[in-house]
Design a protein around this ligand. Structure first.
Ligand code: KIV
Length: 266
């Protein structure tokens, strides 16, 4: 990846499906992480409301506020040169009707440098998706497991209602969504939905048959504390790397080995 690459646009992102280009998405919540994952060549960065869990240490995604999402998304948007940046609309910033949703999504686009919003829903949120798209705000839908509905669902469970999921996916596309996340659904069903819609599907816990994949950066880098879902693959063990490095620093300070002559002004 060179610094010369052009910013990926929403139409280009949609075109990846036609071209058979497998789409790589990760989350990021701050400037240095966004800069690194952008340089690594991801196609899109999601400022997910998972920041409530990954950054703020909450038990679910419900507590994060719109102002907090904007605070983090602004850092990410400022760092990114290449990837498309999508920002989650937090609960309940789009549940009070299309007018309020446009107002809140408008704030996200105006106050960050990001390009699109994501919201959880399909058929039930079609009116909101349509209103946002009419306002010129690109929308990524999120079907299957919807973490913002964790209490109604009774936990984070694989979603298997084919009729409902297919209807959600079709409704999201029909309302104008440019892509959709498919979370925690059987692989065969995700493949079927992917074939049935003309917009890219981005899977998480949805098998290999979707147009792309998304992972939470903490999971990918191995710094998640506590429960790690089965669909996660850690590509590094930064938890060990970080605790080992900080342990060595403490040992050096206590032994009088840091700072040494190289770190000291004469
Ligand atoms: O908030 C988030 O990080 C997400 C992804 C897991 C898709 O919605």
């Amino acid at each position: 990846m060179t610094g010369q690459q052009q910013q990926i646009t929403v139409p280009q992102f949609v075109g990846f499906k036609r071209e058979g280009h497998k789409i790589c998405v990760v989350t990021a919540y701050d400037y240095p992480t966004a800069e690194l994952v952008d340089a690594a060549g991801v196609d899109a960065i999601l400022v997910g409301d998972s920041l409530a869990m990954a950054v703020q240490g909450h038990a679910n995604t419900l507590p994060v506020s719109l102002d907090e999402m904007i605070y983090h998304a602004e850092m990410v948007g400022r760092a990114v040169r290449h990837a498309l940046v999508v920002v989650d609309m937090p609960f309940p910033s789009y549940h009070l009707g299309p007018y309020k949703a446009v107002e809140n999504a408008g704030r996200i686009l105006k106050e960050t440098r990001c390009h699109a919003v994501k919201l959880e829903g399909g058929a039930d949120q079609a009116d909101v998706i349509r209103a946002l798209v009419m306002a010129g705000i690109p929308v990524m839908a999120h079907c299957g497991l919807r973490p913002q509905s964790v209490h109604a669902l009774g936990g984070y469970k694989v979603q298997r209602n084919e009729t409902q999921l297919m209807a959600d996916a079709r409704a999201a596309e029909e309302a104008g969504a440019f892509a959709m996340v498919l979370e925690c659904i059987p692989a065969q069903l995700a493949t079927k939905i992917t074939a049935a819609v003309g917009i890219p599907t981005i899977g998480i816990g949805a098998g290999a048959g979707t147009d792309g994949q998304v992972l939470v950066i903490n999971d990918l880098l191995g710094i998640t504390s506590g429960y790690v879902p089965r669909f996660v693959k850690a590509y590094a063990d930064l938890k060990t790397t970080i605790t080992t490095a900080v342990g060595k620093y403490c040992a050096d300070v206590r032994a009088g080995a840091f700072p040494g002559p190289e770190q000291t002004f004469k």
